[in-house]
Design a protein around this ligand. Structure first.
Ligand code: BGP
Length: 476
């Protein structure tokens, strides 16, 4: 089976996980710069500013800031048609609330995008990928403030204007719906710069912050459409489908509420309006949110052109006893194990068929082109003495998923724009801050303590993916 000729094969990373150079050329601190690394199953710690004696893995990343020409060359060798990365907001506006952008930061991305085009690689750029300027957190509480909505739009306008002839494909907020997991400090902090204070209702705060984000997203889409009709602006959600644990009708309704809770974000970004159930739910919970008529009008004017999504795993849920009228969903407490699918070393449920389900589900609901902008498996890789990495588990994971994507394209007739597995090259893991949780086709010699030569080595999956691309997905 093959994918269409113009299919965008590539790979993905995010600026804060790769670039390093955290205080170079005028860059300000971002939320990623104040997070330590974690142990395997712990949370990263959010420190209050950068403290001496702590190790901050994002400060150096894999030094992509300086080594990107060699890395892009390797991506070209694999045959990438596109490359997904993000712009570090704090390189452009170090504090986030300045009027004028930092020219040195803008120049870096000029060079990066030019390097991509040298090899006919199309950049796919996320505007906000877990790295808001830290000053916006300390000064305004992140996206709990309407002021930050304006700062984001100002930033987005500056970079879209600057790169409109170099970047056609944009995404507004990475995995905007991760905040459904509002009890987890990491998710709220990285997605919206929000920290919950004692006694606060985290769910209500999440709905407020996410509202400002969807309004900001709509403003950016509208701006880009008016600026240049060639630009395509997408939304980006994490697609972890939530299956009902059993065939009990209560479990089905619970799973439906879980899906509604996870996907109201893209509902708004695609449809331009809130789903009715959510306004009823927010009113019933007395969240008392700042959602104005003017905001609702803005949402209608900024509907996205396509939907990007990450796919790593599926979830399952069951109704709580007595929960048979008013269903709510809390990702921290409402997930149950699915005994039919295996798990990765980090406990992520591996479910390739869930990707075909994802594509069908979104196609039925949104009727927009879909873009698989993340998919992959975090694993401990071993570099042999002859500098090889035999990552057959990664090849298997990707092969199984690509096969399901190809079935969705060829048998189900779904319009899939491209596939950018996570990650093009080994980078710092977002949730653990470790380098040993590796996803790349290219091994980077660096460990969890920040030691190593930073040299790059092609893994077995590098050569495998090269063949997949050159045969348009035929040779898996
Ligand atoms: C997604 C993020 C990425 C990323 C990936 C893998 O949630 O968009 O930034 O890193 O998942 O997750 P992790 O690095 O935590 O294993």
């Amino acid at each position: 089976m093959q994918v269409p000729e113009n299919f965008l094969w590539g790979g993905a990373i995010a600026a804060h996980q790769a670039e390093g150079a955290y205080n170079t050329d005028g860059k300000g601190l971002s939320v990623a710069d104040v997070m330590t690394a974690a142990g395997n199953f712990d949370e990263r710690r959010i420190t209050n500013g950068v403290k001496t004696g702590e190790f901050y893995p994002n400060h150096e990343g894999i030094d992509f800031y300086h080594q990107f020409p060699e890395d892009i060359k390797l991506f070209a060798e694999m045959g990438f048609k596109c490359f997904r990365t993000s712009i570090a907001w704090s390189r452009i506006f170090p504090n986030g609330d300045e009027e004028e952008p930092n020219e040195a930061g803008l120049k870096f991305y000029d060079r990066l995008f030019d390097e991509c085009h040298k090899y006919h690689i199309e950049p796919v750029v996320t505007l906000s990928h877990f790295e808001m300027p830290y000053h916006l957190v300390t000064e305004y509480g992140g996206f709990r403030s309407r002021k930050v909505l304006d700062c984001f739009v100002h930033f987005a306008q500056a970079v879209i204007t600057r790169y409109q002839h170099k970047v056609k494909y944009w995404l507004t907020f990475n995995e905007i719906n991760n905040q459904t997991n509002y009890d987890r400090a990491f998710t709220l902090f990285t997605n919206s710069g929000v920290q919950i204070h004692e006694g606060e209702n985290a769910e209500a705060v999440m709905y407020q912050a996410a509202h400002y984000e969807v309004v900001a997203s709509a403003k950016v889409v509208k701006f880009a459409h008016e600026l240049n009709s060639n630009l395509l602006i997408g939304a980006m959600v994490a697609f972890s489908p939530v299956y009902p644990a059993t065939d009990k009708p209560d479990d089905l309704l619970k799973a439906q509420r879980a899906m509604q809770s996870r996907f109201w974000f893209s509902d708004v970004q695609v449809e331009g309006s809130y789903p009715a159930w959510l306004r009823k739910y927010q009113a019933a919970k007395q969240f008392n949110l700042d959602i104005t008529d003017a905001d609702l009008a803005v949402l209608k004017q900024g509907q996205v052109d396509y939907l990007g999504f990450s796919y790593y795993m599926s979830f399952a849920t069951a109704a709580r006893p007595g929960e048979d009228e008013f269903y709510s969903y809390n990702e921290a407490t409402d997930l149950v194990e699915n005994k039919y699918v295996p798990k990765s070393d980090w406990g992520w449920q591996v479910d390739p068929k869930g990707l075909r389900y994802a594509l069908n589900w979104m196609n039925d609901r949104y009727h927009l082109p879909l873009f698989v902008v993340e998919n992959g498996i975090g694993a401990i890789d071993k570099l042999t003495v002859s500098h090889q990495v035999h990552d057959d588990y990664r090849i298997k994971y990707l092969r199984d998923h690509i096969k399901q994507m190809e079935l969705a394209i060829n048998d189900d007739g779904i319009d899939v724009m491209g596939y950018t597995p996570w990650s093009a090259i080994d980078i710092v893991s977002a949730s653990t801050g470790q380098l040993s949780k590796r996803y790349g086709f290219i091994y980077v010699d660096r460990d969890d303590q920040g030691n190593g030569s930073l040299k790059r080595y092609r893994k077995d999956s590098f050569y495998w993916y090269q063949k997949v691309i050159s045969t348009r997905g035929e040779k898996l």
